[in-house]
Design a protein around this ligand. Structure first.
Ligand SMILES: Cc1ncc(COP(=O)(O)O)c(C=O)c1O
Ligand SMILES: [Zn+2]
Length: 389
């Protein structure tokens, strides 16, 4: 039974067949994968997961791959959800967990998006990929492309963490450093892709990375025994993880596995690049390009997320919020999380600690709220940022 019914534009709801190669809708909207959830529900129960694979492919019925032999897996997902008592005490709650995405292949949650996107590239016969990246997405793309034997061209800013650059080169990617931001890298890919025959794997410009990232939502539901937490702090650059998790919760409710209760979704950004925070505060429906974006949290340096409207909708629908954290606070929070809990987090993840502390202090959240911080990557990729402190 095919589980996927079609692809649907997130802006104009136009439908597209799922078995072809697609980027954006002609209206500019991101395409989302739609499943026959009623049929899936009739043959798949959450109890069967106990015997499932110990990686994100345990959720195969709600993933886009049609032929299991297309799957390119390096053991991604099913990351630990760690109870953080000591950090909780420090920030004013006993109900705190860290979802540690630093344990994924290539040490970030980007592996989730790339296992599905590269598996689909293999299924659809794509031979050459190009991707602009702030760092971790490139590392993950390079690893999965290597495993799939697909040619990959990576464009990253010159000041990307050195670890990501070395990792991509070592994994066999063709890497170009660009004197600019991820938006400049994206422009180069867009300009050259037709001539070079590249498939553009930019964030939200293809339908499948979000499908892998949504498994962060499936997992947190499963790990909390199908009752979602009260608040999720997510370090938001392109916002794909947040968009994915929200989609997961919707699918889970349609499967009858969770109730209609949703966590407050909280977008954490860096003070030096906070387009979503500003748009949220101004009650705007889209974000404006953030000029002179700068932060040690390289993954948050996205001046104009393509999915800005979707992110803002989620923050509002979930009664969540958006909050910015300075680099100084991030570089204090990283060692605090590390020394109290044994988790050496990426600056993006560390930012969530400060954000949670602020929202508990302001009483936006109550001490009885169950709070999950997403540490999206490992601190080991950011040695120069941390050693400066
Ligand atoms: C460690 C880390 N956290 C968070 C992000 C932002 O991810 P998203 O695009 O899902 O907002 C990135 C993106 O590069 C990242 O590398
Ligand atoms: Zn459209």
């Amino acid at each position: 039974m095919p589980n996927v019914t079609h692809l649907e534009c997130s802006l104009c709801a136009a439908r597209f067949p799922a078995d072809r190669i697609h980027n954006l809708c002609s209206c500019g909207g991101t395409l989302l994968v739609r499943y026959d959830l009623a049929a899936i529900k009739s043959i798949w129960s959450r109890d069967t997961l106990r015997a499932g694979r110990p990686d994100l492919w345990r959720y195969l019925p709600v993933l886009p791959v049609q032929r299991p032999e297309s799957i390119v897996s390096l053991g991604e997902g099913m990351t630990p959800l760690i109870r953080a008592h000591h950090l909780g005490t420090a920030i004013g709650t006993q109900q705190l967990w860290v979802k540690d995405e630093g344990l994924n292949p290539t040490a970030s949650f980007k592996a989730r998006g790339m296992t599905t996107a590269i598996s689909m590239a293999r299924e659809l016969g794509i031979r050459k990929i190009a991707i602009p990246s702030a760092g971790n997405a490139a590392s993950a793309a390079a690893a999965y492309a290597a495993a799939a034997r697909i040619e990959i061209h990576i464009f990253m800013p010159t000041d990307v963490p050195q670890a990501n650059y070395v990792e991509c080169k070592t994994l066999g990617a063709i890497v170009t450093l660009v004197d600019g931001l991820i938006s400049d890298c994206a422009r180069i890919v867009a300009e050259r892709k037709d001539q070079e025959g590249w498939f553009d794997m930019s964030t939200l410009k293809e339908p499948y990375r979000v499908e892998g990232k949504k498994t962060m939502g499936y997992e947190v539901a499963e790990q909390f025994n199908w009752e979602l937490p009260d608040a999720i702090f997510y370090p938001t650059g392109g916002g794909v993880g947040m968009i994915g998790m929200w989609k997961a919760f919707d699918e889970l409710e349609q499967l009858g596995w969770i109730s209609s209760k949703r966590p407050k979704m909280i977008a954490v950004q860096a003070a030096g690049c906070q387009p979503i925070v500003r748009a949220f505060e101004q009650h705007a429906s889209r974000a404006e390009f953030w000029q002179n974006a700068s932060t040690v949290a390289a993954g948050l340096r996205v001046p104009k997320p393509l999915g800005d409207g979707l992110i803002l909708d989620i923050l509002r629908a979930s009664a969540g919020t958006a909050i910015a954290v300075s680099d100084e606070e991030i570089l204090d929070a990283g060692p605090e999380l590390a020394s109290l809990e044994g988790i050496f987090a990426a600056p993006e993840g560390a930012a969530c600690v400060t954000a949670a502390r602020k929202l508990l202090a302001s009483q936006f959240l109550k001490p009885s709220d169950r709070i999950v911080l997403y540490n999206t990557g490992s601190g080991l990729k950011y040695l120069s940022a941390y050693s400066a402190g």
